[in-house]
Design a protein around this ligand. Structure first.
Ligand SMILES: [Zn+2]
Length: 283
């Protein structure tokens, strides 16, 4: 989870950091969400139910992971449905991220316990846009029936739950390009790259060597996104909707070296996920 991007001065940033730490401590001590009531769901409710799993899991060779759940967003159609093009976005992102993670750790002078990652997570792709169906039952930001026990805050584009060894992602690897053709969605690539950072630091045993620190984990995931050449911030659901619904020729999709949004709406501090969840927050 990268912290929300506050636009004002360092004072606000420091306060937000303090608030985040305080809330995290509270969650760690009580294991209850910020509302104070105990979660109605258990950690394992986050995992896909038998009826939600794909009849045939989809193996991603470059990721070394399989997609076991994929729910499309009807309002966005082909952009969010399983397809060979969408799967290629996942696998290509994995190939590039996996190939460079060792170099990234070396630039940070960080050790690792394993030469290769141990057991990698399974993947769910779920509706994530909270202005469409991202909060609907069993979607990525459905707290009451799915994620409250592992990620009591809202709202996220990605969520890696280490204790479940499961990676939950937004469902839009593709977006309509200027020509009207479906193309790689750079915001999905950003989310997946951030989450791969979490997955690999955990599964290569970085934290086994140096000890786990949540903020360092989040900072490291964001630094990996930058290392991979993506310098645009995570977007809000409203911005995501505009990107998906913009008419061909009017969108301004970021490239990996281009700033996408110069004027964020301004973030707000949100309750952090539980100690075992690593997230990609929306703004
Ligand atoms: Zn994160």
């Amino acid at each position: 989870m990268s912290r929300p991007r506050l636009r004002n001065a360092a004072l606000a940033s420091s306060f937000a950091r303090l608030l985040g730490c305080a809330t995290l401590a509270l969650v760690a001590l009580t294991a209850t969400p910020s509302s104070g009531r105990p979660p109605a769901v258990a950690r394992f409710d986050a995992l896909p139910r038998a009826s939600e799993r794909l009849a045939q899991p989809i193996w991603l060779p470059q990721c070394g992971m399989q997609v076991v759940e994929w729910r499309a967003t009807s309002a966005l159609g082909a952009e969010t449905k399983p397809s060979s093009e969408a799967l290629a976005v996942l696998d290509d992102t994995c190939r590039e991220a996996f190939a460079r993670y060792g170099d990234f750790l070396r630039t940070k002078n960080l050790p690792r316990a394993h030469a290769r990652p141990d057991v990698l997570p399974q993947i769910s792709l779920l509706p994530g846009n909270t202005l469409l169906d991202g909060k609907s039952p069993r979607a990525l930001n459905d707290l009451p029936t799915r994620f409250e026990a592992v990620a009591p805050g809202c709202c996220y584009w990605g969520l890696y739950v280490d204790s479940l060894n499961h990676l939950f992602l937004r469902n839009d690897p593709l977006v309509e390009g200027d020509s009207g053709k479906l193309v790689e969605n750079p915001r999905f690539v950003r989310t997946l790259t951030h989450e791969i950072g979490h997955v690999l630091s955990a599964r290569l045993g970085v934290w086994d060597v140096i000890g786990y620190d949540r903020q360092r984990d989040e900072d490291l995931a964001e630094e990996f996104v930058s290392f991979m050449g993506m310098h645009f911030p995570a977007e809000s659901s409203a911005e995501d909707l505009a990107f998906h619904r913009a008419r061909p020729g009017s969108r301004g999709a970021p490239t990996r070296t281009q700033e996408a949004h110069a004027t964020p709406e301004g973030g707000r501090e949100r309750p952090p996920a539980s100690a075992s969840a690593n997230t990609s927050p929306q703004r």
